[in-house]
Write a protein that binds this ligand. Sequence first.
Ligand code: ATP
Length: 501
Amino acid sequence: MTQDAIVAARSISRSFFSNRVLNDVSITLRAGTIHALLGENGAGKSTLIGILSGALAPDAGDIDIDGVRHAAVRPAIARAAGIAVVQQELSLTSQLSIAENVGMGALPRRLGLIDYSALMRRAHEVCALVGLEQDLARPVGDLPLGQQQLVEIAKALFRKPRVLILDEPTSSLSAHEAANLMAVLRRLRDAGTAVLYISHRLNEVLALCEWVTVLKDGVVTADRSLGGVDAQGLVRLMVGREPGDLFPRWTPSAEPAPIIAVEGLSAGMVRDVAMTIRRGEVLGVGGLVGQGQEDLLLGLYGAIPAVAGRAEFNGVVGLPRSVPQANARGLAYVPADRKREGLHLIHSIAWNLMIPSFGRAPSLAMRRTASERERAIALADRLGIKGDLTREVQALSGGNQQKVALAKWLPSDPPVLLLNDPTRGVDVDTKREIYALLRRFAAEGRAVVLLSSDTPELVNLCDRVAVMRAGRLVRVLERTELSEEAIVSAAMESAVPGAAA
Ligand SMILES: Nc1ncnc2c1ncn2[C@@H]1O[C@H](COP(=O)(O)OP(=O)(O)OP(=O)(O)O)[C@@H](O)[C@H]1O
């Protein structure tokens, strides 16, 4: 690469207590280059970007910014140099408006006061750029997770960064929004921005990036051009061995009789949805971000009130009116926002895994039973959650937190499992394990409803895919009709009221 280095980190090491997370890591970010940073969950990617952006100090090593050497980057230095980060976990303030969140920390001022018209103008520009079509006065907390992710990206662009670091920016975006973001990143690259792009979606990395640095257990195992590398080659670089197939081979096992049948369901954003869910199937739920997919799952789960609808649920007539009622009818729900809903962050991995199914409180620490402990160990093993199970969940990498959130539901074997984007932020090896697990689950005669922003996952794993737009179910694609193009075009078509799954 011949472009100018803006940031050059050399021999960076960093430990948390006795755990050495980065070991002698060097990386150079150059103007006009999109650079991928890859590695499995827990490899040290977020820690490295924390160090590059001033959120964390290294224990050893130094960092040149525009040719000036720093032992550690302070946040003010990073800001002045134009380094902006889009974090994996959102850092927005729910009560503030979209515009205020986007401008936060860089509010334009005039005569000492906030210049609201300049704020709105610039906020409009960057929101339009990322494809966020919303009233900018709306509180961010009202938006679904995918749109919040767009706000987070708009917030970074608001600062006109010279170095833009994105940690899993498309993990809650649909194929359409992700493609739009990639077009934006290419334009920024062409205008000279250095982009560091972290993603577990390898097709995106191949389509977007010119250079890759791979971390494995905190050590750089590759730092090279992406020219001539294919998806299998990327996996090989990351896991250090020959990759197997990502998706399991499976034969359809759906029973014709539905376990759940719903008509005229309206709940939250959802309008007049008719659908069936069958034992033995994985039913995908897709579409553009924020079209009511999450509300559909929450409506089925009794977590948001249904204003209308008839239903038969596992032999019982009527929609569940509350989460305990849904649990009693055999439904489990794994939320997307693991930090806020799925996990008890200040408790250990073991404690989280020991919480028995359907919300019963775990036994007190002094009285934990051997079977609870054994269950936690077996679950951790089943999903490849490595290391000491007494660690607090908040100290885990994002992907490993997601594994814990999923693992805690597995032993209860609920007849219907509602999953909200379960592989978001999860590395390729764990994805493979989760996919195999979900198909096994279906083969055992249970039903899986898989809301996913990852279109290849919908195509390769699902018996049928329900596509939503503006709160309505516009199309149900059967297995024989499934392709990424079919899902995207169904998502973009205008709504067809009354289409039924
Ligand atoms: N604040 C912290 N305290 C203790 N350990 C931490 C802390 N932050 C990160 N770690 C540990 O550092 C290691 C690297 O985590 P990091 O988040 O950098 O990984 P990552 O490559 O970004 O993973 P992912 O793909 O899952 O996001 C993990 O073992 C994690 O548990």
